[in-house]
Design a protein around this ligand. Sequence first.
Ligand SMILES: Nc1ncnc2c1ncn2[C@@H]1O[C@H](COP(=O)(O)OP(=O)(O)OP(=O)(O)O)[C@@H](O)[C@H]1O
Ligand SMILES: [Mg+2]
Length: 368
Amino acid sequence: MSEFLKKNSLILELFGFLIAAIIFKSSYSILALLTMMVMFLFYSLFYTDPPKIRTFFMTAGFLLIIFNFTYDLSIFISAYVAVASLECLRMIIAAVMKYPSAIQDLKSLTEELEKRVEERTAELQEANQKLQIANDRLSELDKMKSAFVSQASHDLRTPLTAIKGSLDNLALGIAGELTEKQTRVLERARTSVNRLTSLINDVLDLSRIESGRTVLEKSNVSMRLIVEQAIQENKPAAEQRRIALNADDMPEEFIVFVDGGKMERIVGELIGNAIKYTPEGGDVSVRLFQENNQVVCCVKDSGIGMTEEDCQRIWERFYRSNASKHFAKGSGLGLSIAKELIDLHGGSIEAQSEEGKGTTLTLRLPLR
Ligand SMILES: Nc1ncnc2c1ncn2[C@@H]1O[C@H](COP(=O)(O)OP(=O)(O)OP(=O)(O)O)[C@@H](O)[C@H]1O
Ligand SMILES: [Mg+2]
């Protein structure tokens, strides 16, 4: 081994020299790289410096590292490091000098922001006040409108009752025998008066519900009885139009805690609609059953049906489907009253329908 070393000592010396040269050169390259990294860090921290100087330093560092592998640029790299150090120092001094004015800037920025927030808050408060005033005015107008509708309906009802009484008397022949033509004219007048009376009653009911004056006289009642009574009341109308009005077997009473009169009106409205919007010779069936803790009443008909949109909108006041307008007369208030009353009872009501095929209205109430 020692012989080998002695023989090749010159080559080994040269080889060592070469490695030392590379290490020496690359250590300068590493130095330049480290300087670039430190500068980069400084520029990131004090990023207010002009980008031109930054680009110059970064480009110079990069070129020095590249060319240092071909030429000996150790002196230039040393100079680069020195100048870069000075540049870092300059940045620190500039930052320190800028500090008080930066604080001042921050303070005035905060003040400006606070002022703007105050201004916006004042604007918002003003807008809010205006909105409140408009709101008060609107609810005042709404109350006036309800009071007017209620008063007008009341005032209309009294003469209407008198007209109805007189027409009934005429029909009974109290004022003498009527000819066939006179009877026909009188019947038309009586139908119109009845429609007007029921419209006025509906408007009065709605205004009572809207103003929260509706009082529910609740008691334990049999839902089966209510449904049976509603069916009995609607039997003549169904027979007149040759519509089969059927009820599925109702083995149980299904006791519910409701206002019996109002519930009968709701079920009556559903059955009445089913008959009204079903062509002659059709079917209307009523089902009463229990589902979970609810009693469910389904009124199904084979009538004109409704669109998807109609099913959503029939609960609105005065809404009527296009198909129904050509089919039968109505004011579009019955279901909105029924819905309000059902809501007051904590129940629900929904419609499913297919145009031209029929409709099912489903009423749900909590069981006692
Ligand atoms: N069984 C049904 N089949 C088809 N359409 C129906 C049915 N029930 C209700 N509708 C639609 O819903 C609308 C609203 O019904 P609602 O009972 O509120 O009013 P109406 O029957 O037209 O008039 P009224 O106020 O005299 O009851 C009806 O005009 C009709 O378009
Ligand atoms: Mg109706």
